[in-house]
Design a protein around this ligand. Structure first.
Ligand code: 6PG
Length: 243
């Protein structure tokens, strides 16, 4: 694992730096494999990045869009990660509709939707049961509790090792989420983390030893690139003597 940590002045700087990293990886992926695959994060931090990507001149027909996690609500619900990304980015650019793969949230049983999304990934990446596909980029945020995607502390989703997609749980609310093995197969993972409220969790995630179950972002240890793009407020955790 090659962990690169950059402490940037503010969210605007995180957006500019992550945009630079993503655009370069889009061009590399399209040159090498004829397509680029990315899984999006929800929450507030990535939203301005999506708006910035929409302004770029990119080979839109070569992009395939996935979500790394989703709240179990319809796309038109204010909490929907799909709805946020479509409004901020995807509705502004000509990505073919069948290249956009939202997580399904209509079935009464979220486990049914998790299995359906797993089949979508297997179909698009042409892998069979037991094989873990490698996306080009996965965007991740981190909650102040150390969760990432919808891998929340002390939940069953953390230990799912034989699936690509599973059901997460936030305070009793179901979510769909990439599993740690799927995330860790990614060529380039970008964590976008801003705010002083993330300092404690960051200190624990970066500590030599701490409880992965208590700070699930510790589970993200890819073979490929791992970037942590922090604003000054969050990054202060890594400069303090205790870290
Ligand atoms: C979600 C996200 C979640 C998010 C973190 C950080 O569905 O909410 O995927 O994992 O990345 O909660 O959120 P902020 O970027 O808003 O701090």
């Amino acid at each position: 694992m090659k962990r690169q940590v950059e402490i940037l002045p503010d969210v605007d700087a995180i957006v500019a730096r992550s945009l630079e990293l993503i655009v370069s990886r889009i061009h590399t992926a399209v040159e090498q494999r004829g397509q680029f695959t990315i899984a999006l994060a929800g929450g507030s931090t990535p939203k301005p990045l999506y708006g910035a990507i929409a302004q770029q001149d990119l080979p839109w027909d070569k992009l395939h869009i996935f979500w790394g996690d989703e709240r179990y609500v319809p796309a038109d619900h204010p909490d929907s990660n799909e709805g946020m990304a479509r409004r901020a980015w995807l509705d502004q650019v000509p990505i073919p509709a069948d290249h956009i793969h939202p997580m399904p949230t209509a079935a009464a049983d979220p486990a049914e939707s998790a299995a359906a999304y797993e089949q979508t990934l297997q179909r698009v990446f042409q892998v069979t049961d037991g094989e873990v596909p490698a996306l080009d980029v996965v965007l991740l945020g981190m909650g102040d509790d150390g969760h990432t995607a919808s891998l929340f502390p002390h939940t069953p989703a953390l230990t799912v090792g034989d699936r690509l997609i599973t059901v997460g749980n936030k305070d009793g609310q179901p979510r769909l989420t990439f599993t740690a093995p799927l995330i860790n197969q990614t060529r380039c993972i970008l964590f976008l983390v801003a705010g002083a409220n993330k300092q404690t969790a960051l200190t624990q995630v970066f500590a030599e030893t701490a409880d992965d179950a208590h700070y699930p972002a510790r589970l993200i240890r890819p073979e490929g690139e791992l970037w942590w793009l922090l604003d000054a407020a969050a990054g202060a955790a890594l400069n303090s003597p205790s870290s």
